[in-house]
Write a protein that binds this ligand. Sequence first.
Ligand SMILES: [Zn+2]
Ligand SMILES: [Zn+2]
Length: 286
Amino acid sequence: MIEKLLNTSVSAFVAMTLSIAAVAAAIDVRAHQQPAGEARYLGNEGIMVALAGHKVLVDAFYAQSFSTYPLVPEHLVTDMISGRPPFDNVAAVLVSHVHGDHFSPAPMLAYLRAQPQVRVFCPQQVFDQLQQAGAGLDILERVTAIDLEPGDAPEQLHSGDLEIDVVALPHAGGERMADVHNLSFRVTLGNRHTFVHLGDAAVDRPAFARHQLFWAARSVDTAFPPYWFVDDETGLRLLQDYLAPGQTIGIHVPAAAAGQGDAWRDQLGADLFTDPGEFRRLEHRH
Ligand SMILES: [Zn+2]
Ligand SMILES: [Zn+2]
């Protein structure tokens, strides 16, 4: 009798374990069936982050290489302007700052005229240049100008399923760059993945520390710092202390690294974007 009871409870336990395993397997399958996100490199600090139909471009339209940094190849510019996949249904373009290796009015205007659904979030200095370059009201009403300096409180913006948090961090280069308003964006796509693009932020601990509460408010899945952060002990510590990202991909890497990505990544001991068009799968933290 005892043996029979035992057998019954053992088989009940086995059945229960099997059903738990089945549920776990189903959840696992669902998790793996979610469309994978990706980050695609355009050139210099230009990237597209895409996840489950949410797509955002950052620093994607510029015309200056300063004989050092990669331009976006012509075929990628054409694909973006014509909205050819994977550049279809882009929701927003973010611009970190007004420098010519991050933003130029002409390609940005060509893009905005061709893609009327796209919204822009940028510093006031970029808005002013678009206006001076002849952007009409039909364009400017889609552009949100953000007038922030490093001491100012961060701003929170929303656009569709995008949450866009913005903080001003001083541009690398010290006093001579003080007039350039550099924005760092923290963007959450569809409440599922958060990335940070620092623009040309300086490795400057007080500048990060001043916004400690801002950084602590949300965990970061992927960070795209300029490569001078991953090439520098202090920069790496700042990333770890304030962003603690799950995944880090350095950008703003000189054009000389194109075709030599593995050697540069080995030497810096960090992931980097070096070849326009390359991409990474986004890693999720659960
Ligand atoms: Zn700059
Ligand atoms: Zn730059």
